[in-house]
Design a protein around this ligand. Structure first.
Ligand code: TEU
Ligand code: CA
Length: 550
């Protein structure tokens, strides 16, 4: 397996709106991030993934870009960006940008021209179709709205939007569009950025003809089969690699809704010169019911364990994978996969151990390193996210019960990951001197970075130790993955083996007391890391994690 810096890196994801506000307007910004670079460096991470900071009307908090070559006003200026990049590089930190090119904002100059007339040279930068039988061109639903089509009276046609109506899809079949994307990517790489996270990159190629989903087909109106991993997606990415990526020593990770392991190997097999790794979103669906994320089912740890093991086996020989359990689109990991009450510290550390001892590139999400939790249950006015608000409004219109909807949002809203970073016990947890754009979680009086710094048993201290252990142990990056089968579903144990180095990782994924099944001739070896005093296999206490050099 060829060694690469982006395989050995640990990435820290920042959602700028919620990280640190430097000017008291209640919104996080670039100077705020700059002021926290020493903290980020102190974690031992190598790369920052910066969620979108480009000019945007914020219909979807920056995932609706109106100018790719300028900075969102609330976040600061290009000079602020250059200062942040220089500050990061001075500390040995790289920055990868969030590249959102499946769609733009409807306020982008390209779209304003495209909608102006059917004859406009930029008309085919987007996907316009005539209505059929007085309605939409087909029956697709979008991720955020009942229909994926928005009627535009000016030219009596509809445009496609897989997300909100303020996020029109770009027409990737148009070489001029691809040329524009490669040009803006080069512009940022020339500015010194170190790569890209590519938003919903598996959606950019649609099946010609945009066929309707036939009523009665499974998952009616969900048209993923007609735009996920589409017919030309690999052609476009190989062209992107040839035109841009191959000219830089840069890092790429593609967010790939609908991609399984076989698809992922086509995107990430080094022989194919496309992308280096993906975010496989199935992992974020382990507690989704048949109706998707807002039809939640109980979380079963065995399902997470099964998927994680499948991914480990799937990328054993070629390709490469990301390792993540949360991000800005998902609930807080300690609330979703751990225990944000009695065993918050133990389960936060156990999840850190899982993330940092597997094969792949770990992505940590801001605040998880101090065990930030979901918001307490609240009314709809506590939420801000377009996906949450659209779901609530549509469900209410269809007669859904308010309390049931709020229960669902309490489990699954993206806003749980978007509450302000909790720095200390000062006003607004030290995030802002103004009124934050979204409520601070009231538990900041004991869940905050300052308290964690001085607590020898904090999750923060544990993350630093686990990241340092990974850096010091090549077997944890490049080693093979060999699971030790367990009858107990809550037990997850695996070996990481590289050359003569054998490391055992033992995890209890639940709050119960369990015993690990170990091979007959097993000798325990030396404890490298653990979240309890005196780890003593085969016993595993609630959310116990231990790592051993055999
Ligand atoms: O997310 C794509 C996406 O599929 C998520 O919206 C996911 O489907 C949903 O949140 C359920 O988990 C990317 C960005 O990460 C997200 O923030 C944007 O809203 C979206 O694309 C549109 O750009
Ligand atoms: Ca601000």
């Amino acid at each position: 397996m060829e060694r690469q810096w982006w395989k050995e890196a640990v990435v820290y994801q920042i959602y700028p709106r919620s990280f640190c506000d430097s000017n008291g307007d209640g919104i996080g910004d670039l100077p705020g991030i700059l002021s926290k670079l020493d903290y980020i460096r102190s974690l031992g991470v190598d790369v920052i993934w910066l969620c979108p900071v480009y000019r945007s009307p914020n219909a979807d908090n920056g995932y609706d870009i109106s100018d790719y070559r300028d900075i969102m006003e609330e976040f600061g200026t290009l000079a602020d960006f250059d200062a942040l990049l220089a500050g990061a590089h001075a500390r040995g930190l790289k920055i990868i940008m969030d590249l959102v090119v499946n769609h733009t904002s409807d306020e982008h100059a390209w779209f304003i021209e495209s909608r102006a007339s059917k004859e406009n040279p930029k008309r085919d930068y987007y996907i316009w179709r005539k209505g059929k039988h007085g309605g939409e061109p087909n029956d697709w639903a979008s991720f955020f709205t009942p229909s994926a089509w928005q009627y535009d009276a000016a030219t009596d046609e509809y445009y496609l939007h897989l997300f909100s109506e303020k996020q029109p899809d770009l027409n990737w079949e148009n070489p001029a569009v691809r040329g524009e994307v490669y040009s803006l990517m080069s512009w940022w790489l020339e500015r010194g950025v170190d790569g890209f996270r590519m938003d919903v990159i598996s959606c950019i190629s649609k099946v010609p003809g945009l066929p309707s989903v036939v009523e009665g087909e499974p998952g009616y109106r969900w048209a993923g089969r007609y735009f996920l991993n589409g017919p030309c997606v690999h052609q476009y990415l190989r062209e992107m690699n040839r035109e841009v990526l191959s000219h830089y020593d840069c890092m790429t990770v593609g967010e790939a809704p609908g991609a399984g392991i076989e698809d992922a190997l086509r995107y990430t097999d080094g022989e194919r010169s496309e992308l280096q790794m993906l975010f496989l979103t199935d992992l974020m669906g382990v507690d989704d019911g048949s109706g998707g994320k807002f039809d939640p089912i109980p979380y079963e740890p065995e399902r997470l364990k099964l998927l994680v093991a499948q991914y480990q086996h799937g990328f054993a020989e070629k390709g490469w994978n990301s390792l993540f359990l949360g991000n800005h689109d998902n609930p807080r990991i300690v609330s979703r996969f751990g225990d944000d009450g009695r065993f918050r510290a133990e389960s936060g550390k156990m999840l850190a151990t899982l993330l940092l001892t597997l094969r792949g590139t770990p992505y940590l999400y801001q605040g998880d390193e101090i065990g930030m939790t979901n918001l307490p249950r609240c009314g709809i006015d506590g939420y801000r996210d377009i996906e949450t608000l659209n779901f609530y409004r549509e469900a209410k219109e269809n007669g859904a019960d308010e309390q049931q909807l709020l229960d669902i949002l309490h489990r699954k809203s993206r806003d749980h990951a978007r509450t302000p970073m909790q720095w200390n016990t000062q006003k607004n947890a030290g995030f802002s001197s103004g009124t934050p754009w979204i409520d601070v979680n009231p538990n900041y009086d004991n869940v905050n970075a300052a308290a964690a710094e001085v607590d020898p048993n904090s999750i923060l201290r544990y993350y630093r130790a686990a990241i340092a252990l990974r850096r010091a142990t090549p077997a944890l990056v490049y080693g093979s993955f060999e699971e030790l089968p367990q009858r107990e579903g809550a037990a997850f144990a695996y070996l990481r083996i590289l050359d003569g180095s054998r490391v055992l990782v033992a995890l209890n994924l639940t709050g119960g007391q369990i015993a690990l099944e170990l091979p007959e001739n097993f000798t325990r070896g030396r404890l490298l890391l653990g979240n309890y005093l005196r780890a003593d296999l085969p016993r595993l206490r609630p959310y116990e994690a231990s790592v051993w050099a055999l």
